[in-house]
Design a protein around this ligand. Structure first.
Ligand code: SF4
Ligand code: SF4
Length: 84
């Protein structure tokens, strides 16, 4: 009987980076994130906008859905996947 090869898929973790100099503080990403990981920070960028910050959680972390990336009108978000 032929043997079957099994591919084990390792879980992925995601990191979101905010390019603060591009952010205009519109908060569209805040409202779209299903995990509520994006929040206004207490920092302003050089243009005077209150920038967003991303904070992951261990229990309900980023799922890499890309909604924040797609909705951002300033292309201020980057999503990175890393293998655990
Ligand atoms: S959608 Fe983009 S520009 Fe708007 S707050 Fe989020 S990161 Fe900043
Ligand atoms: S990729 Fe999805 S889960 Fe992760 S921060 Fe963006 S909207 Fe939230």
């Amino acid at each position: 009987m032929p043997q079957r090869r099994i591919h084990l898929v390792r879980p992925l973790r995601f990191q979101v980076k905010v390019l603060e100099d591009r952010c205009k503080g519109c908060q569209l990403c805040v409202n779209v994130c299903p995990r509520h990981l994006l929040k206004p920070s207490n920092r302003t960028n050089e243009k005077g906008y209150l920038v967003i910050e991303w904070k992951n959680t261990k229990t309900m972390g980023c799922i890499g859905c890309g909604l924040c990336y797609e909705i951002c009108p300033e292309q201020a978000l980057r999503i990175y996947a890393e293998v655990e």
